[in-house]
Design a protein around this ligand. Structure first.
Ligand code: NAD
Length: 255
């Protein structure tokens, strides 16, 4: 059972995929975890699955009022926030660029960019009012980039722009808050076996065999492998790392 001094982590988009793997990993590391997701019931069920001392909350990361309400609930419950993982995300529209529509483009940018901005801003307001903890500072934020942040994937315009933007925001916030003791980093996963990728595979936008062939390590990642890297960047073990982007891509962007 977490003690009064256990650190508090918020994971957005925690009901599924990488977010859920991350929530499990952080809970195993002793954090009290707030699982935020569009799907309230799924988030609550996941929190219950983790056991007592965790919280599942409805939150659309693109809505300022929803973000404020979720954070108010976390602070009311535990009084502090040590870690934020900006994981909530949606896949891109697929197909030829000349046929894509701007509403879908805007939706993708909103979840990844507006969401990361709103969550980080609201969490930092809490962190900046909290005393620094030895080794841990005032807190750590980990954002989700992608191989799409740095390489060209055909027709994935909004997603690539959003994920490159997430890296830009990671560096901007890291530089602003470094002296205040808030570290901000990003992981950049390759293809991971999640519902998001399964859906792209179903639509024919992603070819599983082709991905395995293209990846130097010859396979997709499991969500737990991304969670491991996120947990590291969030932890005191990464106490001198800020503004960094850690590829977790089986060598995709390296070889
Ligand atoms: P997923 O679809 O399996 O899970 C995403 C979760 O986010 C869902 O539970 C969904 O309900 C929630 N969500 C969506 N929009 C939201 C919103 N506006 N507010 C709150 N919650 C919302 O996705 P995943 O594959 O686990 O991806 C998680 C993150 O990792 C995303 O940022 C994604 O871009 C990134 N990523 C994924 C891969 C991959 O191959 N799966 C690769 C690189 C990066």
């Amino acid at each position: 059972k977490p003690g009064l001094t256990a650190a508090v982590a918020i994971v957005t988009g925690a009901a599924d995929g990488i977010g859920w793997a991350c929530a499990q990993r952080l809970a195993a590391d002793g954090y009290r975890v707030a699982l935020l997701d569009l799907r309230a019931e799924a988030a609550q069920a996941r929190a219950a699955e983790l056991g007592a001392g965790h919280l599942g909350l409805a939150c659309n990361v693109t809505e300022p009022a929803g973000v404020e309400a979720a954070l108010a609930a976390v602070v009311a419950q535990w009084g502090r926030i040590d870690v934020l993982v900006n994981n909530a995300g949606i896949g891109d529209q697929t197909g030829a660029t000349v046929q894509q529509n701007v509403e879908a483009f805007d939706r993708v940018l909103a979840v990844h960019l507006r969401g990361t901005f709103l969550m980080s801003q609201a969490v930092a307001r809490v962190m900046l009012q909290t005393d620094a903890v030895a080794g841990r500072g005032r807190g750590a934020i980990v954002n989700l980039g992608s191989i799409a942040s740095v390489t060209g994937l055909p027709s994935r315009n909004a997603y690539s722009a959003a994920k490159a933007g997430v890296l830009g925001m990671t560096r901007a916030m890291a530089s602003e808050w470094a002296r205040a003791g808030i570290r901000v980093n990003a992981v950049a996963p390759g293809y991971v076996r999640t519902a998001l990728v399964a859906e792209l595979e179903r639509k024919g936008a992603v070819d599983g065999k082709g991905i395995a062939h293209r990846t130097p390590m010859g396979r997709m990642a499991e969500p737990a492998e991304i969670a491991e890297a996120i947990a590291f960047l969030a932890s005191a073990r990464a106490s001198y790392i800020t503004g960094a982007v850690l590829p977790v891509d089986g060598g995709w962007t390296t070889f």
